[in-house]
Write a protein that binds this ligand. Structure first.
Ligand code: AMP
Length: 227
């Protein structure tokens, strides 16, 4: 990755959205970008999985929706994201991964933070056959959410290199749920992506290719906006 100097500060925050179909490499790139710019990586999927692990009533309801490949309601998601963005570590900016996922959530986010307070939305584009293959080989750490794959496993089978947690296949990475999530992405999330395009906030990046070159393309597009 090319070295650049942009780091978020409360005076010059960096506020990013990362879009991409399941399997586009969104989560992996989101972690890299959040580290690069010094902002919290806010993944609504990770937050919901944490709630599931806690075993609360809400977690049980969320698990049923997630396992079926559905979407948690816009109202609940707005509550979750409003609370998260109010935490002190979000003062210098944030990177949202997995939110907004519907046009309503996009409008809710803009109403919450203000249109001028979103620097850029990036859309990672990857053809459907490539994402289906990627998702079926994806494995994640059940403790910290680190992402691996059958072709790129942790150094000891299947123990997370980062935290020692168990690396597993996600319950919602089954073929049926994946197909449903891809259809939902086209129906529900593509309109949200287009909406950011109409606001002049969207950049589309080719997500096929090696991780480092995709990261470099993302960084170049973001630096051009926030640098
Ligand atoms: P992800 O890790 O982003 O693929 O999210 C996993 C699952 O969590 C999704 O398939 C949805 O069921 C749920 N989810 C995550 N983010 C949202 C959101 N913004 N709105 C509704 N449901 C969500």
């Amino acid at each position: 990755m090319e070295a650049t100097n942009v780091r978020a500060t409360p005076e010059e925050p960096v506020r990013l959205l990362v879009f991409g179909r399941q399997g586009a490499g969104k989560g992996t790139q989101a972690v890299r970008l959040a580290e690069r710019y010094g902002v919290p990586h806010i993944s609504t999927g990770d937050m919901l999985r944490a709630a599931v692990k806690e075993g609360t009533e809400f977690g049980r309801q969320a698990k049923a929706i997630m396992d079926a490949g559905g979407l948690v309601s816009d109202e609940i998601m707005l509550g979750i994201i409003s609370e998260r963005l109010a935490l002190p570590d979000a003062a210098a900016g944030w990177l949202l991964d997995g939110f907004p996922r519907t046009e309503q959530q996009a409008k809710d986010l803009v109403a919450l933070v203000g249109e001028g307070n979103i620097d850029l939305a990036v859309d990672l584009e990857v053809p459907e056959d490539v994402v289906v293959e990627r998702i079926s080989s994806r494995r994640v750490c059940s403790t910290c959410g680190a992402i691996y794959s059958v072709g790129s496993p942790p150094s000891q089978p299947w123990v997370c290199d980062k935290c020692g947690g168990e690396v597993v296949q996600r319950d919602d990475d089954t073929e049926d749920a994946v197909r449903k999530r891809l259809a939902l992405y086209s129906e529900q999330t593509v309109p949200a992506v287009r909406w950011f395009d109409t606001l002049g906030l969207l950049v589309t990046i080719d997500g096929v290719g090696d991780l480092d070159s995709v990261t470099a393309d993302l960084v170049a597009a973001i630096d051009a906006r926030v640098g």
